[in-house]
Design a protein around this ligand. Structure first.
Ligand code: DX5
Ligand code: ZN
Length: 219
């Protein structure tokens, strides 16, 4: 599968969000990762569907990868579908009925993703693999950008890759948290094909140079 680099706008300058997104797309980003936090499921508060809607209205038509760190989650799924999300990714801990929530996303016309925190086992993955288009492995605890990569994520990626391959389905494997040029090669070798990076990209002086340096590690 083609490698995709997904800058997380959590690390962007929110006072110039539209410009930041246009700049990072022209610097070579494949899609935009949109982190939604509610100060309940995670101890931080970010942005909601209104922000996505206004980016769409401003003509930003790239693929939007919406990572929902909110509980409860079902009502916001509808709001993000209406706002123009392409991929909606949810944590199993944020819903009482995982099957129903994944179906809601797909019936709404978006791709559905499931996210595993560092301490969450992959146990439910085989049960829902036919309902997902993307599996996201968190390599930090969700809630903040700029945290250090947790090494056990490498083994979790390999295990998730094996479950995806056994299913025979075309499912993306995404990694999120502490990704930079120095570790992107290792996570790719463990099976990841989609790479979220917030501070590594938006914290750099030259987004294009940073994205190129990451791609160079992907071979
Ligand atoms: C954490 C978010 C990440 C975060 C990644 O809860 O899901 O997407 O923004 O940021 P960096 O790349 O700075 O670790
Ligand atoms: Zn994220």
């Amino acid at each position: 599968m083609e490698h995709w680099i997904a800058p997380s706008i959590l690390a962007a300058d929110f006072s110039r969000l539209g410009d930041e997104i246009r700049t990072v797309l022209s610097a070579g980003a494949d899609l935009i990762h949109f982190d939604v936090m509610d100060n309940h499921y995670v101890p931080n508060l970010t942005i909601g569907p209104l922000v996505l809607k206004s980016l769409r209205k401003a003509g930003i038509d790239c693929q939007m990868d919406v990572h929902l760190m909110v509980k409860p989650v079902d009502r916001l799924v509808g709001d993000f579908l209406n706002a123009g999300a392409d991929i909606i990714t949810i944590h199993p801990e944020s819903t009482e009925h995982l099957h129903r929530t994944l179906c809601l996303i797909r019936e709404g016309g978006a791709k559905a993703g499931i996210v595993f925190n560092p301490a969450t086992p992959l146990t439910v993955l085989p049960e829902v693999i036919n309902l997902v288009d993307l599996v996201l492995v968190m390599s930090v605890n969700p809630g903040f950008g700029g945290q250090a990569f947790i090494n056990s994520s490498i083994d979790k990626l390999k295990a998730a890759r094996a479950i995806i391959d056994t299913s025979g389905r075309s499912v993306r494997l995404e990694i999120d948290g502490g990704i930079k040029a120095s570790n992107i090669g290792a996570v790719a070798r463990a099976g990841a094909d989609t790479f979220v990076a917030g501070s590594a990209i938006f914290g750099s002086d030259d987004y294009a140079a940073t994205i190129s340096a990451m791609r160079a590690e992907l071979g």
